[in-house]
Design a binder for this molecule. Structure first.
Ligand code: GCU
Length: 413
């Protein structure tokens, strides 16, 4: 592959035969070559070492949690969705500046007296896009223009309501006894490259700093940090079973869910949907989207150090199976779609497979699929992998699988 061509014109590998030979780093070998043979060694030295590498070389290190969070319940109903659900809308102030960014979390909860296990997921177009419920606040900040969704001049209109509801089967989630908590990722950092002038980053700059340092947080790390702030809220809500919060995300937000699961131990489980390059897919395969390509199209997603691995994947001290290993021993489900070749379904499967020895070392079930599962036979083991027919998307069948997975490994239903 010539590196002189602009990234967008380079040939994309869509053929297994064209994948260059590579050796993956072994998550169970320490920096000095020592074999990691106990859970204690993993927890005390190897895990922090790998987490530090991902922070330094890939996503960037995010600041510590604020000392205290301010939040305000902006709307609440016990008779939402024709009386079937409780609805809560909460504004979480992300910094101590009252004019700073606010994360608006929407929750639908089943009506029960017990705290509920909950899926926490970021969304792409604002909370009002996930359901036609007219009580949901329209997003006020910057949105990606989308005529069909009624987003013009980067502003939401009433037409936005329910536009992405196909991805959010709220009825199914509630019927199965789960809550849904969701927030717009742009509340944390709008998803375009502006040199980190808007969103959360500038609130953490040192005196005179203009952008994050090469090892500091990009946008994915910022979105994951925002998920932790949502968790701060969920943790103190008596309505939520805070030890049963499952972080789920699709695509760039699937990358984010995995990173959130790695840095935030309070997430009980992680589900990555079609997360691809920089998510579940092994970078060294270079199948579909490559590191060079993603860093060129989305320079703000990762930290600046990650660009060292453009056309140079083998030099990266980590690969994405080790990201999944950082979720261990908590349940983690990796989901692909046959038509989503850009995200390299096989590379997503192999990441789970090569993370499996870490689960086993920690004394829990790893991936129960020696070969890549077929579309009809999802491997819903504690470290799981599922693929379905169809395109890059979130479908009802995906949620059916998430729920079965959560029933098996999070709530023990
Ligand atoms: C692009 C990008 C992917 C990303 C996807 C998405 O296709 O190349 O890396 O996952 O957008 O977030 O929808």
């Amino acid at each position: 592959m010539s590196s002189s061509l602009p990234a967008q014109q380079e040939k994309v590998i869509y053929d297994e035969a064209e994948i260059p030979k590579f050796t993956l780093p072994d998550p169970l070998v320490a920096e000095d070559g020592t074999k990691i043979e106990s859970a204690q060694q993993w927890n005390e030295t190897q895990r922090p070492y790998l987490l530090g590498l991902f922070e330094r070389e890939v996503y960037g290190k995010a600041p510590a949690a604020p000392e205290k969070i301010e939040y305000q319940v902006t709307e609440s109903s016990d008779e939402a969705l024709d009386g079937k659900a409780r609805r809560r809308q909460v504004a979480i102030q992300l910094t101590d500046d009252p004019d700073g960014p606010v994360l608006n979390v929407l929750m639908y909860l089943p009506k029960t007296d017990k705290p509920v296990p909950t899926f926490m997921t970021l969304n792409f177009y604002g909370n009002a896009s996930i359901h036609p419920d007219p009580a949901i606040h329209l997003p006020e900040g910057w949105l990606r223009n989308n005529k069909e969704y009624g987003v013009e001049d980067h502003k939401a209109t009433e037409k936005l309501r329910g536009q992405s509801q196909g991805r959010w089967p709220v009825d199914l989630i509630l019927e199965n006894g789960y809550g849904l908590a969701t927030a717009y990722y742009g509340d944390i950092d709008p998803d375009f490259d502006d040199g980190f002038q808007n969103g959360i980053h500038p609130y953490f700059y040192a005196e005179g700093q203009k952008k994050p340092k090469p090892e500091e947080w990009g946008s994915i790390a910022a979105w994951a940090w925002g998920l932790s702030r949502a968790m701060d809220y969920l943790e103190q809500s008596p309505e939520i079973a805070s030890d049963q919060v499952i972080v789920m995300g699709h695509s760039r937000l699937g990358k984010t869910a995995l990173w959130a699961g790695a840095v935030e131990p309070r997430f009980a489980a992680v589900i990555s949907n079609n997360s691809g390059c920089g998510g579940a897919a092994l970078s060294r395969r270079r199948f579909g989207e490559s590191v060079k390509r993603i860093n060129t199209s989305f320079p703000h997603w990762f930290n600046d150090n990650f660009t060292k691995y453009n056309h140079n994947e083998d030099a990266c001290p980590v690969d994405q199976h080790e990201l999944i290993a950082l979720v261990a021993p908590r349940p983690c489900l990796v989901c692909s779609a046959v038509g989503d070749r850009w995200a390299d379904p096989r590379g997503e499967y192999l990441s789970a497979k090569y993370a499996s020895p870490v689960y086993e070392l920690l004394g829990v079930e790893g991936l129960k699929a020696e070969e890549m599962p077929s579309v009809d036979e999802p491997a819903l083991s504690r470290l799981g992998y599922a693929i379905r027919p169809g395109k890059h998307d979130v479908m009802r069948i995906d949620w059916e699988r998430y729920i079965e997975f959560a029933d098996n490994h999070v709530t023990g239903k």
